[in-house]
Design a binder for this molecule. Structure first.
Ligand code: SAM
Length: 179
């Protein structure tokens, strides 16, 4: 992701977090020569621990607009961890002009999604497919960037986006701007 952002603006600074230390170690190795990108271990269920961590504070100016990307991570938070609360916490802390991206697996009344969720939760302990209404709540109070909340592959597809996939309805996402 940082390569995409920095191809547009080389001054973009990126902080990745993951709860898995081995993922963070891989990211750090990949960005070892990149002074504009870093990573640390954190639990996405605890947004203040991410936003108030000295690494984040030392790397980003959170008083200016920034973007939070919750891609493939809210689906790993249980109902008890409350992904809607997590998204709300990030939204509340962002200054005006900031962006939130959330793209996660979707329960679109496809029985295959239910079967996949069962297999994921059984094998890996997480992977919850949630209905459109829950995804909509991630963006409460934000202005959605066109085309809004849609199946992930319908969000500004380009020549690399598969048009016909059997899993087209398995994930959705949007980008919202804080007014
Ligand atoms: C589907 S991958 C998404 C990776 C990346 N965001 C992307 O879009 O390619 C899920 C990642 O979320 C991490 N993860 C799962 N639960 C988490 C949590 N509670 N806090 C932080 N990271 C978590 C996993 O370790 C895994 O690396």
């Amino acid at each position: 992701m940082h390569e995409i952002a920095q191809a547009i603006d080389p001054g973009v600074r990126v902080v990745y977090t993951d709860r898995d230390a081995s993922v963070v170690a891989h990211v750090r190795a990949l960005v070892a020569d990149d002074a504009t990108t870093t990573a640390f271990v954190a639990d996405a269920a605890d947004p203040p621990a991410i936003l108030d961590d000295p690494v984040t504070r030392g790397f980003l100016d959170l008083d200016r607009p920034y973007a939070v990307l919750l891609a493939g991570v809210l689906e790993h938070l249980s109902d008890a961890q409350d992904p809607v609360r997590v998204a709300a916490c990030f939204r509340e802390r962002m200054p005006s002009g900031s962006y939130l991206l959330a793209c996660n697996v979707l329960d679109d009344d496809d029985p295959r999604a239910g079967a996949l969720q069962e297999a994921l939760v059984d094998r890996f302990g997480s992977g919850w497919f949630r209905p459109w209404e829950v995804h909509r709540r991630y963006f409460a109070g934000l202005e959605l960037v066109a085309p809004g909340l849609v199946y992930a592959n319908d969000w500004r597809p380009d020549e690399r986006t598969s048009e016909e996939t059997p899993w087209h309805t398995f994930s959705c996402g949007a980008v919202g701007r804080k007014p």
